[in-house]
Design a protein around this ligand. Sequence first.
Ligand code: NAI
Length: 223
Amino acid sequence: ERSSQKVSMAVVRRLPKYYRYLEDLLHKEIYRISSKELSKIMGLTASQIRQDLNCFGGFGQQGYGYNVEELHKEIGKILGLTKRYKTVIVGAGNIGQAIANYSHFEQKGFELKGIFDINPKLIGLKIRDVEIYDVDYLEDFVKENNIEIGVICVPREKAQETAEKLVAGGVRGIWNFAPHDIKIPENIVLENVHLSESLYTLTYLLNEKLQEGTDNLENIELD
Ligand code: NAI
């Protein structure tokens, strides 16, 4: 029944957050939680949570709450995390290397098949057993290995041409770290990551707090 109706983007954006908190609960060996408790730790209202999870047929039971394991599994399924995704990273600089080194993505099903760069000093090196190849081979490699996701970590002025190579090779999704508005065909999914936006939100909030002063700290509700 879920596939017949489109889930709103706002809910989709919250799903990874549910997934993360539920995973955390599982690590703490908490197997059952009420929507009230879940709302407290996640900073959402209980009704918001019930509403969100109702979009997927609702997993809670009156008087019992949510079965954490089941909910985690279901949301993982909804997020597509039960599949495996063949992935490449383009740009083996600071960000590209950091992502390649982060083995958690591998455990979640993102199989890093190759890393690509233009710098001859990097080509041939390996990061966690994954080779850095010459970017000249990118399109063919994507084709031959049925790569589904491309991660863009090149300088911003190279982002568009990199995206075009990935699309020509046949990727279905692009995870873009370059601060550039990439244009790609509509059937390709694009997700941009802007660390700077998060950082500037921090500075905004920091300065707002400074203006408020420290005298009303006791007004912060911790309930
Ligand atoms: P970096 O200079 O360390 O790495 C870029 C790498 O791309 C280099 O190894 C370079 O040889 C390679 N490269 C250049 N042209 C290429 C091409 N045509 N094909 C393949 N490889 C190529 O840069 P860094 O710090 O890793 O940043 C990478 C990108 O991420 C930049 O666009 C930067 O603006 C962006 N960035 C994004 C952030 C975010 O929040 N999303 C935060 C910081 C940086």
